[in-house]
Ligand binder design. Structure first.
Ligand SMILES: NC(=O)c1ccc[n+]([C@@H]2O[C@H](COP(=O)([O-])OP(=O)(O)OC[C@H]3O[C@@H](n4cnc5c(N)ncnc54)[C@H](OP(=O)(O)O)[C@@H]3O)[C@@H](O)[C@H]2O)c1
Length: 280
C-alpha cells in the first residue's frame, strides 16, 4: 500500500513510521512540510501522492494549554482533521485517525465501549470530539482509534516525568482518583499495523491491558519498582494539583472490538512498562 503519515515528528509517529516502512511504500511529513490546516498544501500533496491510506498523527496535544487556547486546539484537532477527511474523500484514500479517552466524561462504571456517548469535559476533549464527528460524517472508510495515556521513547510523557522527579530524591505525590489504561506507543503502532490491513473500518479503542484500569499512583509506583528506585511515594487527590483542564475520573477503554477486528491482543501494562524501560 501507499501510506502517507502526517505529524511525522510526534511521539506515536516516530514509533509507527519504521513499522510502516518495513511493509509499505511510505510518505511522511512533519508540520514544516505539511500543515494539515493548510488546505491547499494538503490537497496538493494528497493529489500528488494518491495514498491508499493517510495515517494522521498530527494533533494539538497540550491538554492544559488548550483551556486558554480553544481556537488553536480546534484549528488543528477539528478543522485540520476536517480538511484531511475531505482530502481522503476527494482522492479516495482511507483515513486512520487517533482520538482520546478524554472525549468521555469519566462517569462510567465499566470500560467505555466505542459506541458509548462522548461528553468531553475539557477543551482538548471537545476539540478531539469535533474531529471525530468530521471523520464520521465525511467518510465511510476510516479507522478511528481512541487511545489513552501514551508513553514512548520519542516524546515527553508521564514515565519520563516520574523518572525526572525521582532523581530529586523528594517524596512523590501522585493522584489516585483517576483511573485509566496507560499505553506504550510501540504496542499501539503494532496494533495499528494489523488493524489497517484488516479492512474492517470503524471506531476502535486501543490501550495496554489493565482490566479495570489503574490509577496514576499505581502506575508511578510500578515505574519506581521496575527501575529499582526507592523514592517515597504517596497517593494524592486531583484537587491538590490545580491544573487548567479537568480530567475524567475514569477513562478505561474497552479494547475487545480492536482485538476482534485486528487479531492484536493488548499487552499487560506491567510487561509493556518493563519493555519500554529496557529501551531507554
Ligand atoms: N499523548 C497522549 O497521551 C495521547 C492520549 C490519547 C490520545 N492521543 C492522541 O494520539 C495521537 C498522537 O499523539 P502524540 O502523543 O504522538 O502527539 P504529539 O507527540 O504531540 O505529536 C503530534 C505531532 O503533530 C504535529 N502537529 C501539530 N499541529 C500540526 C499541524 N497543523 N499539521 C501537521 N502536524 C501538526 C506536532 O508538531 P509540533 O510538536 O511542532 O506542534 C507533533 O509533531 C494524537 O491524535 C493524540 O490526540 C494522545
Amino acid at each position: 500500500m501507499k501510506v502517507l503519515v502526517t505529524g511525522s515528528k510526534g511521539m506515536l509517529a516516530k514509533d509507527l513510521i519504521p513499522l510502516i516502512k518495513a511493509e509499505h511504500e511510505t510518505f511522511f511529513f512533519d508540520i514544516n512540510e505539511v500543515d494539515i490546516t493548510n488546505k491547499e498544501q494538503l490537497f496538493d500533496l494528497v493529489s500528488n501522492v494518491r495514498p491508499d491510506i493517510i495515517i494522521n498523527c498530527a494533533a494539538y496535544t497540550l491538554v492544559d494549554d488548550a483551556e486558554a487556547n480553544r481556537e488553536a486546539a480546534f484549528h488543528v484537532n477539528a478543522y485540520g482533521v476536517q480538511q484531511l477527511a475531505l482530502a481522503c474523500e476527494e482522492f479516495k484514500s482511507v483515513l486512520c485517525h487517533f482520538s482520546t479517552d478524554y472525549v468521555f466524561d469519566g462517569k462510567s462504571t465499566r470500560p467505555y465501549l466505542p459506541d458509548d456517548e462522548p461528553n468531553p469535559i475539557s477543551v482538548y476533549g471537545e476539540s478531539k470530539r469535533a474531529g471525530e464527528v468530521f471523520v464520521q460524517s465525511i467518510l465511510n472508510r476510516y479507522y478511528l482509534i481512541r487511545t489513552s495515556s501514551l508513553y514512548g521513547k520519542h516524546g515527553d510523557n508521564f514515565v519520563y516525568t516520574i523518572l525526572r522527579l525521582a532523581k530529586n530524591k523528594e517524596p512523590l505525590r501522585v493522584v489516585q482518583d483517576q483511573r485509566m489504561s496507560p499505553t506504550w506507543t510501540v504496542n499501539l503502532a503494532q496494533g495499528v499495523m494489523q488493524l489497517i490491513s484488516s479492512g474492517k473500518f470503524g471506531v476502535y479503542h486501543f490501550t495496554d491491558r489493565t482490566g479495570a484500569g489503574i490509577s496514576w499512583f499505581e502506575f508511578a509506583k510500578e515505574i519506581l519498582k521496575t527501575k529499582g528506585l526507592s523514592n517515597q511515594i504517596e497517593p494524592a487527590v486531583s484537587e491538590e494539583f490545580s491544573r487548567p483542564a479537568k480530567r475524567p475520573a475514569y477513562s478505561v477503554l474497552d479494547t475487545t472490538s480492536f482485538t476482534l477486528s485486528s487479531g492484536y491482543e493488548p499487552m499487560p501494562w506491567k510487561e509493556s512498562l518493563r519493555r519500554f524501560l529496557d529501551t531507554i
